[in-house]
Design a protein around this ligand. Structure first.
Ligand code: PHE
Length: 344
């Protein structure tokens, strides 16, 4: 019997240390110690081996042990439901969550991405270049020599350290870098920020964004230019928008044309946005000047090309009716959040 009492003592220690973190574990405890084939029942069965005169004493020990196990079982159960109750008190699952503020792409990036994806579908690759340029890539190579009056239209910011460094006035400088490093056929679009020395107003800023394009190959004609830009306008603004070309002048293209689209606000009947003409200008374009091709060792008798350039702010203004350029750089969330969810 001494041996049995010793065994019970050992079990008691083991049970005292038992823990149960889940309802399954509590049930396991019950089956193992209090079940019909559990430990308590097994030890009770040992009663018959105990000599009669000591049965009473052993019965006492057994009863004690049984109570101890039952108490432990109750404690485990209570701890568990206490835990669950604590959970329900600290978290009210029915409350709405704290909203996570969702950012949005900047409208200019949305529209730039839209423009880029239209031209990519036509096989144009994206090319990028530095915003701090040298005189040659921005002006010289583009057929704008130092004393050329057309430079006045693109006055910019110069850098003290080196008078031939400047902030690029158009992404034509990237086209120059592409022609410098690649052989025709060339088919690139150049998105990026450009700078002009202008007084800031609702209609002008000292920087803006462009997407320019360049296509050079054998037999590229003005018809290709027109068809490419028609396609762009229809994809960007819809099938009902009309297009017209007006003769213009750029030193790097010949012939040159500015392209207008029928006013999206009034549909062509005349309003403030189109200055009552029914048309709004959206880009400059033309056939690449032979001098430009020759500047990069491209044989202008064999190759021809077209180029175009548009302002992203302008396209965004027309597409989303933004009437003040300054809104794009003021970072006012009341303006920016209106573009949440716009794909681009
Ligand atoms: N580079 C011109 C500008 O910034 C736009 C342009 C590009 C015009 C290509 C014609 C051809 O004004």
């Amino acid at each position: 019997m001494e041996q049995l009492v010793q065994q019970i003592e050992d079990h008691r220690r083991e049970i005292a240390a038992a823990e149960a973190a889940t309802p399954e574990a509590v049930e396991e405890f019950r089956i193992r110690y209090l079940g019909t084939k559990g430990l308590v029942k097994n030890i009770m069965a040992e009663m018959k081996q105990v000599p009669n005169e000591r049965k009473k004493e052993f019965g006492q020990v057994l009863n004690d042990f049984k109570l101890f196990v039952e108490n432990k079982y109750e404690t485990l159960k209570e701890n568990l439901s206490g835990q669950q109750a604590a959970d329900t008190v600290s978290i009210d699952w029915s409350l709405p969550g704290n909203p996570v503020p969702v950012g949005t792409r900047h409208p200019l990036n949305i529209v730039r991405n839209q423009i880029v994806s239209i031209f990519r579908r036509l096989g144009f690759a994206v090319a990028e270049g530095p915003e701090i340029e040298d005189d040659w890539h921005n002006f010289g190579a583009m057929n704008l020599p130092e004393d050329h009056p057309a430079r006045d239209m693109q006055d910019t910011f110069y850098i003290h350290q080196n008078p031939s460094w400047l902030l690029r006035t158009h992404t034509s400088s990237v086209q120059a870098r592409v022609m410098e490093s690649q052989k025709p056929p060339i088919r690139v679009i150049c998105p990026g920020r450009v700078y002009r020395n202008e007084t800031i107003s609702a209609r002008a800023h000292c920087f803006f964004h462009q997407v320019e394009g360049l296509y050079i190959d054998e037999n590229v004609s003005f018809a290709d230019l027109k068809q490419t830009l028609y396609f762009f306008v229809q994809e960007m603004f819809g099938k009902n928008v009309k297009v017209r070309f007006r003769p213009s002048y750029f030193p790097f293209t010949e012939p040159s044309a500015e392209m207008d689209i029928s006013c999206l606000i009034c549909g062509g009947s005349g309003c403030n946005i189109c200055k009552h003409t029914g048309w709004v200008e959206i880009l400059g374009s033309g056939m690449v000047h032979p001098n430009v091709l020759e500047n990069f060792g491209i044989d202008s008798n064999r190759y021809t090309g077209f180029a175009f350039g548009m302002g992203v702010e302008r396209i965004t203004q027309l597409k989303y009716q933004v009437n003040d350029l300054r809104l794009y750089s003021q970072n006012d969330v009341r303006f920016l959040k209106q573009f949440t969810g716009v794909v681009g």
